[in-house]
Design a protein around this ligand. Structure first.
Ligand SMILES: *[C@@H]1O[C@H](CO)[C@@H](O)[C@H](O)[C@H]1NC(C)=O
Ligand SMILES: *[C@@H]1O[C@H](CO)[C@@H](O)[C@H](O)[C@H]1NC(C)=O
Ligand SMILES: *[C@@H]1O[C@H](CO)[C@@H](O)[C@H](O)[C@H]1NC(C)=O
Ligand SMILES: *[C@@H]1O[C@H](CO)[C@@H](O)[C@H](O)[C@H]1NC(C)=O
Ligand SMILES: *[C@@H]1O[C@H](CO)[C@@H](O)[C@H](O)[C@H]1NC(C)=O
Ligand SMILES: *[C@@H]1O[C@H](CO)[C@@H](O)[C@H](O)[C@H]1NC(C)=O
Length: 483
């Protein structure tokens, strides 16, 4: 008898001993349709009467001539509880810390709106275990900085201690308003969420750039390159955009501002520096401006002609004009330095996930993921090894942070399209697909490891699905890009 059969015999024996004659299905093939994701917890054992695939296989006849290996060499199968989210965004009742027979009602003080938004914190799936570093920060909990003409709020390691590689800022500029000329030690990558923004920059070689980024477009400034941002009046209410910096300790209030510098430089030095009469600088601001109102940029704001020309690689990228790769469960646009040449330290995947569909189980081999949710409702479990796995819920305006190598998925648990950005500190986007890994590993290895039948290996895809789904119906895979 092969080692695999030996293992199955022992597993079956254990099952029969611990659960009686009706062994649960090791992997349920009867999955609910997308709309029943919101099913109450009572739907937790739909497969209880299904025969176990292991038991129904002809090659698993227990043999009386082989003695079982020690119990330490095998384990009981995973629970067959599908562990659906306990409630969804349309739920209006009182959220309770109850999952099947576990937990109990909340009888002390309760922040109901927060509990409604975080079902997987109050009533986690039973597959959650141990602790992973907090992986959620809503910009709504960031302290805002209000200025005439706009505002800015940030997330860095102070808000999300695990987020050591990347930090984020949500910035709003009314039409014409300026985020003043400045520079900083980190690189700056941006995604325009609304309106359009004129950006200017001059690099260390004296090459300049003026460009416009519209909704869905990007810009990128390498560390130390001085730049400015200004909302145009292309839309009446100006612009809002996301900034991501390649350093988790980045502080938006700690950038180098031109007004701050000059306000703290002796006027005689300023005059000498520019070889100008000191009176030229009579009216310069006495402190930093940061964000301030101004007239919208006009058509004459092209980059001034200079001896060294303009930068060879533009600082903006028209991601909104790029066509998305259509997937079975949504779509994706990937922009890294292979298409946006200057963006050497930041890469992005803009992902859409249809209702019921899911960004497949995967991880990123070397880079932490800084995630920004644009719209929709998402459920993510972060697997941090050693039995540690925690599930979090997100909606538009929330940030997720998933350390390198940590396994995860992003499931759309709402009725609307889920759209989000995966941002990485890297020149090249990379991920490892669980399904592809399994499909490209010798089958005997997978059968022995996962205790599944040879004919079920067809469910693993040799090509990356990226976004998959919705759930298979009656065992028929829907959406796999089977090889
Ligand atoms: C991140 O910025 C801090 C200062 O805020 C600096 O000390 C540190 O070296 C930077 N890290 C990297 C990787 O550049
Ligand atoms: C937008 O700003 C430009 C430049 O200041 C100005 O010429 C134009 O009239 C403005 N358009 C609107 C609709 O306000
Ligand atoms: C990016 O770099 C490649 C190779 O160096 C070059 O062919 C391409 O024109 C560049 N694209 C842009 C937009 O600068
Ligand atoms: C989705 O729509 C269905 C049908 O209208 C409804 O029963 C369900 O509760 C909705 N779910 C969410 C998350 O909004
Ligand atoms: C799935 O199976 C159920 C029960 O046999 C059946 O009623 C239903 O029509 C099937 N659905 C599909 C999409 O085949
Ligand atoms: C897969 O799911 C989509 C969306 O629910 C549906 O339109 C399509 O018919 C399904 N395809 C198959 C082969 O079941």
């Amino acid at each position: 008898m092969s080692l695999r059969n030996l293992f199955i015999s022992v597993t079956c024996a254990l099952l029969l001993a611990s659960r009686g004659a009706a062994a649960p299905a090791a992997s349920s093939v009867v999955s609910p349709s997308a709309s029943s994701v919101a099913a109450p917890l009572s739907a937790s054992s739909p497969a209880a009467s299904s025969p176990s695939p292991a038991l129904s296989s002809s090659e698993t006849e227990p043999s009386s001539t082989v003695s079982a290996p020690p119990v330490s060499e095998t384990v009981a199968p995973a629970s067959d509880d599908p562990n659906y989210v306990a409630w969804t965004s349309d739920y209006t009742g009182t959220p309770e810390a109850i999952r099947d027979s576990l937990g109990g009602t909340v009888i002390g003080p309760q922040n109901v709106p927060l509990d409604l938004e975080n079902p997987d914190l109050l009533a986690p799936p039973t597959t959650d275990n141990g602790l992973v570093a907090n992986a959620k920060w809503p910009f709504s909990l960031s302290h805002n900085r209000l200025q005439t003409g706009g505002w800015a709020r940030q997330q860095n390691v102070d808000q999300l201690p695990a987020a050591t590689e990347l930090a984020g800022v949500d910035m709003r500029l009314e039409a014409g308003a300026i985020r003043e000329l400045h520079w900083h030690t980190a690189s700056e990558w941006a995604y325009v969420t609304r309106g359009s923004v004129q950006v200017t920059a001059v690099n260390q070689l004296g090459q300049n750039f003026v460009g416009t980024a519209n909704k869905g477009d990007l810009w990128f400034f390498p560390a130390g390159v001085p730049h400015s941002l200004q909302a145009t009046n292309a839309t009446e209410d100006g612009a809002e955009f996301l900034l991501v910096f390649d350093n988790g300790t980045f502080d938006e209030d700690g950038t180098f501002l031109i007004t701050d510098w000059l306000a703290h430089t002796p006027k005689e030095v300023i005059a000498k520096n520019f070889q100008a009469p000191i009176s030229v600088f009579n009216e310069i601001p006495g402190e930093e401006l940061y964000i301030f109102p101004a007239a919208s940029p006009g058509p004459d704001s092209d980059a001034p002609a200079g001896p060294y020309g303009t930068v060879p690689s533009p600082y903006t990228f028209a991601m909104s004009q790029m066509s998305a790769t259509e997937l079975s469960g949504g779509s994706v646009k990937i922009v890294d330095s292979h298409v946006f040449n200057i963006s050497k330290t930041t890469a992005v995947a803009e992902v859409t996930v249809n209702p019921g569909a899911m960004r497949e189980l995967h991880w990123h081999p070397t880079q932490d993921e800084w995630t920004y949710f644009l719209e929709g409702n998402a459920r993510v479990t972060v697997f941090a090894s050693s039995g540690n796995a925690n599930t979090f819920d997100y909606q538009g305006g929330d940030i997720a942070y998933i350390p390198a190598a940590n396994g995860h998925y992003v499931e759309n648990i709402g009725n609307t399209t889920l759209r989000y950005l995966e941002v990485f500190k890297t020149a090249t986007f990379q991920d490892v697909s669980l399904s592809q890994w399994l499909a490209l590993t010798p089958p005997a290895m997978i059968e022995a490891t996962l205790n599944i039948n040879a004919e079920d290996l067809k469910y693993f895809s040799k090509t990356k699905s990226i976004v998959i789904g919705p759930a298979p119906v009656n065992g028929t895979a829907n959406g796999t890009t089977a090889a």
